[in-house]
Design a protein around this ligand. Sequence first.
Ligand code: ADP
Length: 315
Amino acid sequence: AQDVDDLSQLKAAPRASNVWELDYLGTVLERMLRRLEENSAELRRAWRDAQTANQLKNEFLANTSHELRTPLNGIIGSIRVIQDDLCDSKEEEQEFLQQADKAALHLLAVIEDILNIAKIEAGTLDMNVMPVDLRLVLKDVLDMQVLQFQQKGLQLIRPEMTEPMMVPVDLSRFKQVLLNVLSNAMKFTDEGAVAVTVTTGESVTDESGVERVKTSEVGDEVPGSLLLPSGPWVKITVKDSGIGIEPENLPKLFKPFVMVDGSHTRPYEGTGLGLAISQNFMRLMQGDITISSEGAGQGSTVTIVVPQMVKALVE
Ligand code: ADP
């Protein structure tokens, strides 16, 4: 017991005495020290986790204040130019007002996204999951976007769905995810097409307990990091012919505020929160979302998966 300074260097207690009580005492002390060592290792782990979480929180706060300050500075700057009568014409004044308006709308979008993330973190986001017809939801969402696709000269390829397909989702949040993915596909594609496809499959556990995947399409492989729901599922794929993503950037895109080009003068608008929020929403609906790309200039594919309601329940 006297030798114990470093719990990680425990020596076995001597058991050579002829007095059984002493040997027994040695055994009990040893057991006690081992419990102590286990507890202190657990504490060290928890401390490390707490430090990492704290660091992530600090990074998040630093990013958040930057993202809030940038548009706010834009608004203040534009207003001051007009207030100080620095514009040469009414048109120039209008231009600054438009810039302020755009920055204010962007600020609102960032704040709404941050509130969503805060609610997800605090576990206070209420999900209203109910059966909805995926065919109708996709039609709604694609109809909403069709004009913008036309204006940009992009082809929008719709999925072929002849029958209703029921999925258990929170309708408004599911639509938010689909809209975010579609507007990303449009935003990052300058020419070509965005194709939306729907496939179904089922995760079944075989006798050896290994999960196998049956899909409705031959050669339809499942991206590595997609968490498939157990049982029947539906996969919605949004494939664009846009700027693509370098493979090393793929894993970090689901972190809040990450945009591939981190510069302040971003050529594309956005908050960098859409995918992070979409992933949280999809996981709360027992589904998932991933993004893949062969590399820059090769287009990107976003895959969303949701559980599918079995026919017997629907009828
Ligand atoms: P935002 O679109 O607001 O920047 P997101 O979280 O939706 O935020 O996306 C994060 C980043 O992922 C984008 O800034 C972009 O760099 C990359 N990204 C997302 N979708 C695509 C896509 N279809 N093609 C290329 N890059 C994409």
